[in-house]
Design a protein around this ligand. Sequence first.
Ligand code: HEM
Ligand SMILES: [Cu+2]
Length: 541
Amino acid sequence: MISPQSDLELEERGTTAGTSYLAEGFTIWSWLSTRDHKRIALLYGVSITLFFFLGGIAAALIRLELATPQGDLVTADTYNKLFTAHGVIMVWLFLIPSIPSVLGNFLMPLMIGARDLAFPRLNLASWYLYLLGGAIVLWALLVGGVDTGWTFYTPFSTMFSNSHVVLCLVGVLVVGFSSILTGLNFIVTVHTMRAPGMGWFRLPLFVWANYATSLILVLATPVLAMTLLLVGIERLFQVGIFDPALGGDPLLFQHLFWFYSHPAVYIMVLPAMGVASEIIPCFARRPVFGYRFMTYAILAIAVIGFLVWGHHMFVSGQSVYAGMVFSLLSFMVAVPSAIKVFNWTATLYKGRITFDAPMLYALGFVGLFTIGGLTGLFLAALALDVHLSDTYFVVAHFHYIMVGGSVMAYLGGIHFWWPKITGRMYSEAWGRLAAVIIFAGFNLTFFPQYLLGYAGMPRRYHSYPEEFQMLHVLSSAGAVTLAVGYLLPLGYLAWSLRYGRPAPRNPWQATGLEWQAASPPPIHNFAQPPVVVRGPYAYKP
Ligand code: HEM
Ligand SMILES: [Cu+2]
């Protein structure tokens, strides 16, 4: 995917097209008032990293508490607040914005040959909304905490909990608006700002994935906003919406909540699939296998993902027939996911594979996502779910998808595009070491949880019978390993900013348009709009 000019000429134009976006201004104000999508991506990067480690601290305390059966570290009440803080921060403030807002913001315009997103000011406003919402959530957690879990289930959240539910809901609501605006911005950008020659079926899969994610963001997030608003109204004014005593329906909440939140799990994982689809062809030196099917699979996941929310409600008392339909549809949504795993595998087949750090993360993503997806099928089988529902099996399942999948891919993407983003190379040896430690630590943390859940350990309990201790201790030891793994990149990536070797324009010999711009890219990306003459992934096998 290059312009008709020679590579060399483009490189020259790239490097002489103006100051790099990092050198555009050094004052704090020049950052806080920037409209450059690349700077806004970094603003997001710094803020979500902060939240990731805050959520991580809560996780560490949870695992510490669970190392012993007695429940001796924190009270039950504090424990409830800890897992709520962990879930709220990780889901709403880290996972949902992570890949779209950081990597998507930075890369989408570069990948389609545009100068910026369609609405640069709106992009900055989204970040401020995100920050405001995040601050409100933190405030709610600091002034006393919330004990409802990240899902805010009624009637507990509306009637019984006397923690700071409304404040927390307001925070999540504000973050939701930030998501909607980002989604809108991406959709309009992909529709209107593609460079000449960049047809729909020449879009990199990362762009496709973020495009589909944006559709979900725009269509589903308003439902969440409405639901949270209704909970607030019921709590504050005793209007009977969800509370049966007031004439409401508590199951209505679950329907509305999961109508957003199942698609939301694809908001987390589709962009991750996009990242893997860029890294794997590059380090296998092969065009991605079945490009068109990969795009159809992305769209199918986005569409079918809207129809399966009832698999979170098998034991809620919904009718058996509803359960059967939701079960069937859940199995159907596994098909496009399986197509993607199959196609990545086929891309690797007969590839000249090199195991650089980004590739290690991407392969880790594929493996862990596969385990998480397959165990999702266990949960989607009605009869089995009755046994596994609300046990640690569910906890293991969604951590394999969200942490093993999304976080792995996010880290892979950060490493892959680090030279482009910062203009510096990080230490390859440290990068590989961290990837291996994270992979090992992850499995040690979460695999025992499948066994725990299968043996009947319920989720969200702060003490448990002695016979579960062995597996819990393994899991806690894994969590320590994982924490070390996550701290490492913080160190060597920061180090590279100062001491890293200056990055060439295209260190991985990748074919995406973003690699045609200088490292780091100039303010408006390309001096003249590039002309695209072929599809992505033109690797010579
Ligand atoms: C693709 C990425 C996926 C993510 C991010 C994800 C995430 C989650 C989360 C967060 C939960 C826990 C909800 C709670 O707090 O109770 C969950 C539960 C569940 N997931 Fe997934 N999931 C994914 C894929 C799948 C797939 C492919 C299936 C089935 C084909 C599936 C089936 C289920 C079921 C049935 C439950 C409910 C289990 C129960 O409550 O008993 N998931 N998932
Ligand atoms: Cu779901």
